[in-house]
Write a protein that binds this ligand. Structure first.
Ligand code: PLP
Length: 332
């Protein structure tokens, strides 16, 4: 009897990803870089007045109202914006649209986590994807490297700026100056709306038109669209949550350094650190204690490294207490 695995398209194998599923109930989730300071209050305000009785109706096919609001926020035209069910959907439709799924090439960073621009350009890939700042290394690449890729790459350059609110960086102008590039953003991080799944991309109209041709209609639900529109008006909350994140990030970096971790600089809402003990064993022991952090041990250059999302002090203290306890037990 043929198994479903045997029926699966072989070309998909390059895109198959590890499962991130963990039991979420009662866990302190410092593993997925959501905004642990909470949801943007604009979402709760929208919930109070939203006409839930109209949910029998489909939303607008391409989320026009949200695209208009994003366009005015970023100073572009509405037809230069596409929205998706999380920025993951934008990544998904971009690959559907432009690549044959046969070959995904992960380029290794230099030892100092910088981009090897020559080797990226040499690949002549149909899509070159760069996270700025990068996940999981947490820092910005030199902007001149990214700009060179934007100018010289053979194919589409996808710049994922999911953490832009934390880093203060912005490559939108360079993306719009380039003939085939895409600037991807999300409401899942600084906006505190990961559960609503809203992401978007800005690019020249001809790039957006290509993506729209393969996107499923009605991709974003009506409530998520209304909430995202209102969230964009609540800039002061974003500044506040980013400031709190930075404050707690410095605190956690100090405490982890004192515990023997090598803590790297960060432009994001997470820290990358090298554990002074076996990384996977630490991640698994913490999980047993109800605290989830991301194990980066299997990534190139990141043996025994872990990634920790920044949250309010109370959550960080739970993590630090558990680590101190595990280290004290381990040293007995
Ligand atoms: C660089 C980067 N891009 C995109 C995403 C996914 O964002 P979304 O929730 O909008 O799908 C993440 C999530 O961790 C991320 O780190």
């Amino acid at each position: 009897m043929t198994t479903v695995g045997e029926l699966r398209r072989k070309t998909l194998e390059a895109l198959m990803k590890p499962s991130y599923s963990i039991s979420r109930k009662d866990m302190v989730l410092l593993n997925d870089n959501a905004n642990l300071f909470g949801v943007n209050p604009a979402v709760l305000e929208v919930a109070e007045s939203f006409d839930f009785a109209r949910l029998w109706a489909y939303p607008s096919e391409n989320s026009d109202a949200l695209r208009d609001r994003i366009a005015s926020e970023y100073g572009v035209a509405s037809d230069e914006v596409i929205v998706g069910n999380g920025s993951d959907e934008i990544l998904d439709i971009t690959s559907k649209c432009f690549i044959n799924l046969a070959k995904v090439c992960e380029k290794q960073l230099e030892r100092d986590f910088s981009l090897n621009v020559e080797s990226l350009l040499e690949e002549r890939a149909k899509i070159t994807a760069i996270c700025q700042p990068n996940n999981p290394t947490a820092v910005l690449f030199e902007s001149k490297s990214v700009k060179r890729v934007l100018r010289e790459a053979y194919g589409l350059v996808l710049v994922d700026e999911a953490y832009a609110e934390y880093s203060g960086s912005n490559l939108l102008q360079e993306v719009m100056d380039s003939e085939h590039a895409l600037d991807i953003r999300t409401f899942s991080k600084a906006h505190g709306m990961a559960g609503l799944r809203v992401g978007f991309a800005i690019a020249r109209k001809d790039v957006i038109d290509e993506l729209r041709s393969v996107r499923t209609p009605f991709g974003l639900n009506s409530f998520a669209e209304a909430a995202a529109i209102r969230a964009l008006d609540n800039r002061s909350w974003i500044s506040e949550t980013v400031a709190r994140t930075k404050e707690e990030r410095s605190y956690l970096a100090r405490r982890l350094t004192a515990l023997g971790f090598k803590v790297y600089p960060s432009d994001c809402n997470f820290l990358l650190c090298k554990a002074p003990v076996d990384g996977p064993a630490l991640v698994s022991a913490l999980r047993g204690e109800g605290v989830a952090i991301r194990d980066c041990n299997s990534y190139p250059l990141l043996e025994n490294h872990v990634r920790i999302t920044i949250g309010p002090r109370s959550m960080l203290e739970v993590l630090l207490d558990k680590i101190e306890h595990l280290f004290s037990v381990g040293s007995r």
